[in-house]
Design a protein. Structure first.
Length: 285
């Protein structure tokens, strides 16, 4: 396996079990292939039921493939002997932070994972402080988690994964339950973890404006990968996105509408800054 690849999905199929033994549910993931490189920021897009949350669970052996293989640093997730090392390598953060907070004090919650791994107390102290500082939550270390805002709770949940010294963090709809301010907080720190600390980030989201920040986007529908590329490449495929039940980012959609009305704006407009610059150049010609 390439040393640069941290997670590799190879011809992966997965089917959830039905409550009725006589009924076989359709595959949630079909012949899925993807290599995630160390230090990448990947966004996985898809409508509800597209299979994107199943990818999160497969990435660190919460579930294992029905067929095919998921390799984490070359370790097969189907081998139970690899489970601990895999979860030390890839941590998963889910959309509801309340389900991941287990202690009554923030710093104790962040320490929970390393303690379970048997990390010495002195090192736990260092890891907790580093993680809370990286997420801008150090001043809240003695606070009660349930009194924090949604965005702050999610940052504590991410800090708990960081304190386990994972190389990769998979975030499954981490901003779905947050208000706009909480979303901005979490996205800001995801970028920081990736760009400044070099962590591999896999963001599963249905917010297009979050996906544009990624190095690479994967689009899924009905358990299959239907598009892959840079944000500019993927968001140029309007028909594929439409068929997947997805829309363009707000700025890209506005630019597309104006082009249809005859305004000659350049391709590749994805963010508000892109739009402002392109529009200013157009009107000032």
């Amino acid at each position: 396996m390439n040393d640069d690849i941290i997670i590799s999905f190879k011809n992966v199929n997965y089917r959830y079990e039905s409550d009725d033994e006589e009924i076989s549910l359709p595959l949630a993931i079909k012949n899925f292939n993807l290599d995630i490189h160390k230090g990448e920021f990947i966004a996985i897009l898809g409508h509800n039921g597209s299979g994107k949350s199943t990818i999160a669970k497969l990435s660190n052996a919460i579930i294992v493939p029905e067929s095919g293989h998921v390799l984490v640093n070359g370790m097969d997730t189907a081998d139970e002997d690899n489970e601990l090392k895999i979860r030390q390598t890839v941590g998963v953060v889910f959309q509801n932070p309340d389900n991941q907070l287990v202690a009554t004090v923030v710093e104790e919650d962040v320490a929970f994972g390393p303690e379970n791994l048997g990390v010495p107390q002195k090192e736990i102290r260092q890891r907790v402080d580093e993680a809370l500082k990286a997420l801008g939550m150090y001043e809240y270390r003695f606070s009660e988690p349930h009194k924090l805002s949604g965005g702050q709770k999610q940052r504590v949940a991410i800090a708990g994964i960081m304190a386990m010294k994972t190389e990769c963090i998979v975030l499954d709809e981490p901003t779905a339950m947050l208000d706009p301010q909480g979303r901005r907080e979490v996205v800001k720190y995801m970028q920081k973890l990736n760009k400044e600390l070099g962590l591999t980030i896999v963001l599963i989201t249905h917010y297009m404006d979050e996906a544009v920040l990624a190095d690479r986007i994967i689009v899924m529908t009905n358990g299959e990968k239907v598009a892959e590329g840079t944000p500019k490449q993927v968001f140029a495929e309007e028909k594929i996105l439409e068929n997947a039940g997805l829309s363009l980012p707000d700025s890209a959609r506005l630019a597309s509408d104006l082009r249809k009305k005859g305004m000659k704006l350049p391709d590749g407009i994805l963010t508000p800054d892109d739009f402002i610059n392109a529009y200013s150049n157009y009107v000032n010609k």
